[in-house]
Design a protein around this ligand. Structure first.
Ligand code: APR
Length: 252
């Protein structure tokens, strides 16, 4: 029987090898095989936790309550996660000049851990913390989370993870660079994102409008699949990227 996924993965590999500018756009799905749950869906974080812990007002009014959950999800649990094959193949593609940038909605630092260099973190990162008072930033690994909420060693202000909370603006540079990628990319490579959260979701539409070929990996069809995707690779990111990497780098 004809294996559509295999045929499409080969086709995607050919396109990626020819492209002079490819941008990956990743969401929670790329980290699922690293043990990090997605936000939405039956097993998603928001089915277990109340998203209000990431609302700025709630955080300032109840820093201890918020930090208790933040520590549990984003530091105790995420902190142990390792990059999977999908992160690694993207890093290898960048190394061989087959990928120009990663735009990620994830805050888990796994692209960098896999070796990716040009990463635009659309929603910020858990790898740093920022003082809500003096705005100094700290490496999260160096912040003691034994006593929560953690405080700034310089001014005593409340520390907050350097990712955006609900209702906060997108980091300016990451937004600007993402728009540039959407203008310049010949191929936009969507991996593991529902496309339901704005303004991130608008970036692939801009790329498509500017003429990019859209390749998408996801076990489920998404709004992108219906509207803009040219090649849909239905499957788990780690598995599909492993196969894709073999075709791109011609390892058997
Ligand atoms: N491989 C690839 N994709 C997967 C896998 C997998 N192994 N498992 C699940 N997925 C897909 C799901 O089908 C879904 O489309 O990953 C997607 C995850 O969707 P969301 O949880 O909505 O994540 P994302 O699109 O990144 O959310 C965007 O929402 O709450 C905010 O700031 C948060 O950055 C996040 C944003």
């Amino acid at each position: 029987m004809l294996d559509i996924l295999k045929v499409n993965t080969k086709k995607a590999a050919q396109i990626l090898k020819q492209s002079k500018h490819t941008t990956a756009f990743t969401g929670a799905g790329i980290s699922v095989e690293s043990g990090i749950p997605p936000f939405r869906g039956k097993t998603g974080l928001w089915s277990k936790y109340d998203p209000k812990i990431l609302e700025l007002n709630y955080f300032h009014q109840h820093p201890e309550d918020s930090w208790e959950i933040i520590k549990e999800i984003f530091y105790d649990f995420f902190g142990k996660a390792q990059p999977n094959k999908a992160h690694k193949v993207l890093a290898k593609m960048e190394k061989y000049n087959l990928l120009q940038a990663v735009i990620t909605q994830n805050i888990d630092n796994l692209h960098q851990a896999a070796g990716s260099k040009t990463v635009y973190e659309f929603h910020g990162t858990s790898a740093k913390m920022v003082c809500t008072n003096c705005k100094r930033k700290f490496d999260s690994k160096k912040v003691n989370l034994e006593n929560i909420p953690p405080k700034c060693i310089a001014c005593g202000g409340l520390l907050k993870p350097d990712f955006i909370f609900l209702g906060e603006g997108i980091p300016v540079e990451a937004y600007q660079k993402s728009l540039e990628e959407a203008e310049n990319a010949e191929v936009f490579f969507l991996i593991g994102t529902t496309g339901l959260v704005e303004p991130a979701a608008s970036i692939p539409y801009k790329a498509k409008y500017n003429g990019a070929v859209i390749i998408e990996i996801n076990p489920e069809r998404t709004v992108f699949t219906e509207k803009i995707t040219d090649i849909f690779l239905q499957g788990k990111a780690g598995e599909v990227m492993k196969q894709l990497g073999e075709y791109i780098f011609e390892e058997d």
